[in-house]
Design a protein around this ligand. Structure first.
Ligand SMILES: [Zn+2]
Length: 160
């Protein structure tokens, strides 16, 4: 459905839509931003893009949970369906959340980098969890298969 606002610009009211893309695009984004900005700034920019996207998806899909138990069973399934990877929740309370991910698609895309690398995923998790809990969370990846660990571990905690 298309509307026109007061400036005459066209606005499309779209349903939540997904598109499939090869994971190589993730690698291309990482490589290009890293080349232009340097790896540390690129990492932060990609993380921030993830935060914005994670906040938007929760609002657009109207994702909410009646209780933590429902959230624990539903979120990993949602992340799997979104193609982010196979997540398990290791710890979850309203201040600290630890997630383990086997087969992070971002890490698979990047291959071995020798460093913690799932910046978009980290940001996306932070954005989603912040919006679901209506509190600002930061996500730090503690282990990463791109660094040589056997799985990725993400910790989310309340931002200071
Ligand atoms: Zn990772």
């Amino acid at each position: 459905m298309e509307d026109t606002n007061s400036q005459g610009d066209s606005q499309v009211n779209h349903p939540v839509a997904f598109f499939l893309m090869p994971i190589d695009i993730l690698k291309g984004v990482h490589e290009e931003l890293s080349e232009i900005l340097g790896p540390d700034v690129a990492s932060k920019v990609i993380y921030n893009c993830g935060v914005r996207s994670g906040k938007n998806i929760v609002k657009d899909m109207n994702i909410n949970f009646p209780d933590l138990k429902t959230l624990c069973t539903t979120l990993p399934e949602l992340w799997l369906q979104m193609g982010m990877g196979v997540f398990t929740i290791e710890k979850l309370d309203e201040k600290d959340i630890v997630l383990k991910c086997k087969e992070s698609n971002e890490a698979i895309a990047l291959g071995y980098t020798g460093r913690i690398s799932c910046d978009l995923t980290s940001g996306y998790l932070a954005g989603m969890i912040s919006t679901i809990f209506n509190k600002e969370f930061t996500c730090e990846e503690r282990k990463c298969t791109s660094k040589g660990d056997s799985f990725c571990v993400f910790e989310l905690f309340l931002s200071k």
